[in-house]
Design a protein around this ligand. Structure first.
Ligand SMILES: *[C@@H]1O[C@H](CO)[C@@H](O)[C@H](O)[C@H]1NC(C)=O
Ligand SMILES: *[C@@H]1O[C@H](CO)[C@@H](O)[C@H](O)[C@H]1NC(C)=O
Ligand SMILES: *[C@@H]1O[C@H](CO)[C@@H](O)[C@H](O)[C@H]1NC(C)=O
Ligand SMILES: *[C@@H]1O[C@H](CO)[C@@H](O)[C@H](O)[C@H]1NC(C)=O
Ligand SMILES: *[C@@H]1O[C@H](CO)[C@@H](O)[C@H](O)[C@H]1NC(C)=O
Length: 545
């Protein structure tokens, strides 16, 4: 079928397009990928340990594609437990069926495989994928996603001489099964053991990551924080970072000595190799944590015969919130630049759209049945036996109740509850969510299925007056935002992607222990124009089996 459509002429395509054949996008190329997900052993931070690799690689292979390409990814689960791969920041337009989180998909059982099929519709930029179930992300299974522009749509900087992934993140020397068991029995995990750069520990402490570059060139570095807890500051000895992109937004170009990347975020920077030939330290260090952990890799000039020397660049004070917030506030969309579409990013005036739904999400640490849990608006998420999306589609009642979570935090003193909570999202609403952080830690929140505009960060409590300070002009649109300790972050987005979408804490132990929710967008005229039909290979489980 596909090959027929591939070979068909333009007039046929136009005809088919006009007839609105559902869910087939014959005009865009297909990429076929096979992944074998399995445990492997790696020596990390001096310790031989279990990691999750893909096709024998740890981190997993980069997923390189182009705006609007269709991906067909056949995932073989060779682990001894259920698996789902999710796509951090890939908006899955009309296809929450492919989102790969527990609320949308039945898991791929051990020894079996399942084929994801989705389009990178109107997307460009830097993202990553990861295993979303059972704390597996703490063992790896993640990899970079890079979506290049279509040739007809120029990006706002010249094509770099190279494109290098830096997957950075904190790491525990403990198998995910053991971390999970600890959490299940109500114990804290304690501090991570180190910081990895591309799956390797630190220079001077065993195996480390080394990247070779040629002198006199410009490289695009894609930095994603694939860790589970810690915000990371990224920097390179003797080099400045020119910020150009974050999660699909082309930013105003700003020169930085170092860049804060919070859990689940992705950025692109351009780096000029304009120093005399040598080796330089690449540093990823934790922020806002009791102990600073750091991973050190090497940027090796191809004509260098010197080893890296001098002090490892210390970076900003890891507890300086002002530094971090000032930097976050200078990350702005370049309004005249293109993104995935030919029109400039600034042609979408999000600040002029009236907000029709306001939600405030307050995180709390709670105790339920004597166990440590985490909650949003008083509800600690309970993963149901049947994915929400499937229950919704098959009209299975009793799995969840729409609107079972309130738009505002409950009154203080309200007892927390365990529930499969789903927001009833108004179709085509323009939504403000304010994340309220009442704790002394940085938080990071992610929304699936949509990019949102970051309108502002604040310290202290949020009030109506905080809206006066919103950036309603050139906030970046992205899918993960951080929230400062005892502060708030406000986001704005149109609820225009029909489906069941996960809102989660990117701090893995918090998400695992209940800090996630779903929001359902549904078009009452339920046509295939707004949501793709269930895929033919739909897995059924739980009450849908
Ligand atoms: C599993 O893989 C085989 C190819 O080995 C493929 O034909 C089949 O469609 C896959 N199953 C699913 C459910 O995707
Ligand atoms: C951070 O900024 C606030 C407001 O501008 C100021 O009151 C505070 O002293 C600053 N803190 C530090 C550590 O610089
Ligand atoms: C914004 O993008 C344009 C290309 O559309 C580019 O010429 C300009 O330098 C960029 N501005 C900044 C501040 O990065
Ligand atoms: C937004 O609301 C204001 C006041 O309610 C109204 O005058 C205006 O037309 C609305 N704007 C849009 C774009 O709907
Ligand atoms: C579920 O209920 C809706 C509305 O009552 C109906 O249109 C739809 O066909 C039902 N779906 C299934 C799979 O029974």
């Amino acid at each position: 079928m596909k090959s027929l459509w591939f070979s068909s002429g333009i007039s046929l395509l136009v005809l088919l397009h006009a007839a609105l054949i559902p869910a087939v996008k014959a005009e865009d190329p297909y990429q076929f990928i096979t992944w074998n997900v399995a445990y492997q052993t790696a020596k990390i931070l001096g310790v031989s340990q279990q990691v999750i690799g893909i096709n024998g690689q740890f981190p997993g292979p980069p997923l390189d594609s182009v705006t609007n390409n269709n991906l067909v990814i056949n995932v073989f689960n060779q682990l001894d437990e259920p698996l789902l791969i999710s796509w951090n920041g890939i908006s899955q337009r009309k296809t929450s069926w492919q989102d790969g989180v527990s609320g949308t998909n039945c898991p791929i059982l051990p020894g079996s495989n399942w084929t994801y099929e989705f389009q990178l519709k109107d997307q460009i930029g830097s993202y990553f994928y990861f295993p979303s179930l059972l704390y597996q992300k703490a063992d790896g299974g993640f990899g970079a996603i890079r979506i290049a522009n279509r040739v007809i749509i120029p990006v706002p900087f010249s094509t770099p001489d190279g494109d290098i992934n830096f997957l950075v993140g904190d790491w525990y020397n403990t198998r995910h099964q053991d971390l999970r068991r600890k959490l299940d029995s109500g114990l804290p995990l304690g501090s991570p053991d180190g910081v990895l750069i591309n799956g390797k520990g630190s220079f001077g402490q065993g195996d480390y990551s080394s990247v070779t570059v040629d002198p006199g060139k410009t490289y695009r570095l894609r930095v994603s924080n694939v860790g589970t807890v810690s915000s990371i500051n990224f920097r390179i000895q003797g080099h400045q970072l020119l910020l150009v992109e974050t999660e699909g937004s082309h930013t105003n170009e700003i020169l930085l000595d170092s860049l804060d990347v919070h859990v689940g975020q992705s950025y692109s920077v351009l780096v000029k190799t304009n120093q005399s030939p040598s080796d330089f330290y690449v540093v990823a260090s934790t922020k806002f944590q009791p102990n600073v952990l750091q991973g050190v890799g090497i940027l090796h000039y191809s004509d260098s015969h010197a080893v890296a020397s001098g002090p490892i660049p210390p970076g900003p004070d890891p507890n300086d919130i002002n530094f971090s917030m000032n930097q976050a506030n200078t990350v702005r969309r370049n309004l005249t630049a293109n993104a995935a579409r030919p029109n400039p990013q600034g042609s979408y005036h999000y600040g002029e759209i009236n907000v029709t739904r306001r939600i405030q999400l307050q995180n709390t640490a709670v105790s339920l049945n004597g166990h440590q849990r985490y909650a949003v608006n008083g509800i600690s998420y309970l993963t149901p036996d049947t994915p929400l999306k499937l229950a919704d589609y098959l009209n299975i009642s009793g799995v969840f109740t729409l609107g079972s979570i309130t738009d505002f935090p409950p009154q203080q003193g309200t007892a927390p509850v365990l529930l499969s909570s789903v927001f009833d999202g108004d179709w085509q609403a323009f939504i403000e969510i304010v994340f309220l952080n009442t704790e002394n830690e940085v938080q990071s929140w992610h929304l699936d299925g949509h990019d949102f505009f970051v309108a502002g960060y604040g310290i202290g409590s949020w009030s109506e007056a905080s809206r006066h300070d919103y950036n309603l002009l050139d906030g970046v649109s992205r899918s993960t935002t951080h929230v400062y300790p005892n502060g708030w972050t406000a986001i704005l987005f149109p609820g225009d992607n029909a489906g069941m979408w996960n809102i989660r804490s990117q701090t893995l132990y918090r998400q695992y222990l209940g800090q996630e929710i779903y929001i359902r967008f549904y078009n009452p005229t339920n046509s295939f124009r707004t949501e793709a039909p269930a895929p033919a290979n739909l897995i059924r489980c739980g009450r849908a089996a």
